[in-house]
Design a protein around this ligand. Structure first.
Ligand code: ADP
Ligand code: MG
Length: 417
């Protein structure tokens, strides 16, 4: 039994034990460091385009591309902030508005956000979008100024139509005093394929590509951050090189590297150890990978979950069979059989085998399963399915779904509970 007094003692002990972290917050994604290493070219390129704003002219619109964790957000925010500071010192009216389109993901919300920045009172919903746009335009055009809108994760916004981008990118023609330019940032090189060609050419007046970091560059980023995040001498010498090497394999993702560095420390701390070592990094790597998969599985549509669940259940029964020395491959046909039975027992629509095969290809692309085509001689070809993720974790996540929950205890071999 835990009583208040003993819990208080526990808190005190935990608080008093010296943390290995000096400041853990600086390892979070939201933190932007003051110095960005290995991004001079991209920083200068952006500054060279945006300097027009300080002359009161309209900078070209820009599209910035690159994989996750290549520093796009950090650099763009940094240059935006410095530009605003400089304009203040020069007494030129220039604002930079940063919008994360993953959070602000509708045209209405984007325009309302922009209008509010200029003091307009716009309700959360309810107005026609055109009216919000009109308000924003009027408010902006009350004085001579340059507005730069950073649309980070712009592909998320475009999924819901490109009207707003069309309007924003044509806006300058209708403004008398103010000028607008747009910086779109995306991990997805192909997102412009879906845009109206006029929007595409207008947005992409300038394009900047961010290459992935290599292991040496990631190492420098980590050393710089570790110095403010960790207390002295708590990181074993091999920790940062290993985090960097692992993240470099993952397309040079600085975000993954920083996650590894943080989670390794958290694991060491939880074990009440005073030093972070290579073994903590290995555990952190596994944990992050499992967390990632759990997140992907949790957000799958129900039918995909059910297909995956069939594979998981077959795997579990195959594992049992294996102990008896029997064959252990799973074919698409078997998956479809179990899938159908499960659908019936929980009253779900049964998709065609064709459709289920498509869903399996999607799971394959997400890295959750591996489907390998094998020839069965004169019986034609089939696919052999194996799980690429830990069975136990996957089962646990799937069974959490209330629609799948009744399948707990389902016996694949006999086809009922
Ligand atoms: P992206 O937007 O391309 O996905 P971010 O800009 O969010 O990448 O960078 C991911 C993380 O790595 C952030 O915490 C950021 O501060 C850090 N980071 C990225 N590039 C650098 C760099 N050149 N120097 C220091 N930190 C960096
Ligand atoms: Mg980003």
């Amino acid at each position: 039994m835990i009583m208040t007094s003993s819990l208080n003692q526990l808190f005190t002990r935990l608080l008093e034990s010296e943390s290995i972290f000096k400041n853990k917050e600086v390892l979070r994604h939201s933190y932007t460091p003051d110095v960005l290493v290995h991004r001079d070219t991209q920083t200068e390129e952006l500054a060279t385009i945006l300097v027009s704003a300080l002359r009161g002219e309209t900078p070209s619109n820009i599209l910035i591309y690159g994989k996750t964790g290549t520093g796009k957000t950090a650099v763009t925010r940094y240059v935006g902030k410095e530009l605003e500071n400089m304009s203040e010192r020069m007494n030129v009216k220039c604002s930079v508005i940063y919008v994360n389109c993953e959070v602000i993901d509708t045209q209405y919300r984007l325009l309302a956000n922009l209008a509010r920045h200029f003091g307009e009172d716009i309700p959360m919903t309810g107005w026609p979008t055109d009216q919000v746009f009109q308000k924003f335009k009027e408010a902006l055009d009350t004085q001579e100024q340059v507005l730069i809108v950073i649309l980070d994760e712009i592909d998320k916004l475009v999924k819901k139509g490109d009207d707003v981008l069309y309007n924003l990118s044509r806006m300058n023609a209708n403004l008398k005093r103010a000028k607008v330019s747009i910086i779109g940032v995306s991990n997805d090189l192909k997102f412009t394929d879906f845009l109206d060609p006029r929007v595409k050419s207008s947005l992409g007046e300038e394009e900047i590509i961010y290459p992935p970091y290599d292991a040496d560059q990631i190492r420098d980023i980590l050393y710089q951050r570790a110095a403010i995040a960790y207390n002295d001498n708590v990181l074993d010498g091999s920790v940062i090189p290993l985090c960097a090497a692992l993240a470099a394999q993952e397309h040079g993702d600085a975000r993954r590297a920083l996650d590894l560095l943080r989670v390794s420390g958290e694991i060491a701390e939880r074990k009440e150890e005073r030093k972070v070592t290579e073994s903590h990094v290995r555990i952190a790597q596994d944990k992050i990978e499992v967390d990632r998969i759990v997140e992907v599985v949790r957000t799958l549509p129900t039918q995909s979950k059910l297909v995956l669940f069939s594979i998981v259940m077959l795997n579990l029964s195959v594992q049992n069979q294996n102990q008896l020395g029997q064959p252990s491959t799973i074919t698409t046909g078997e998956v479809y059989n179990i899938y159908r039975k499960m659908c019936k027992s929980i009253d779900m629509d049964i998709l065609t085998q064709r459709r289920v095969t498509d869903l399996m290809s999607e799971l394959d692309m997400l890295g959750i399963i591996n489907a390998m085509v094998v020839s069965k001689g004169r019986y034609g070809r089939t696919k052999e399915i194996s799980l690429s993720v830990p069975v136990k974790n996957t089962y646990d996540v799937l069974i959490e779904d209330y629609k799948l929950n009744p399948l707990q205890g389902y016996n694949v071999k006999v086809g009922y509970f």
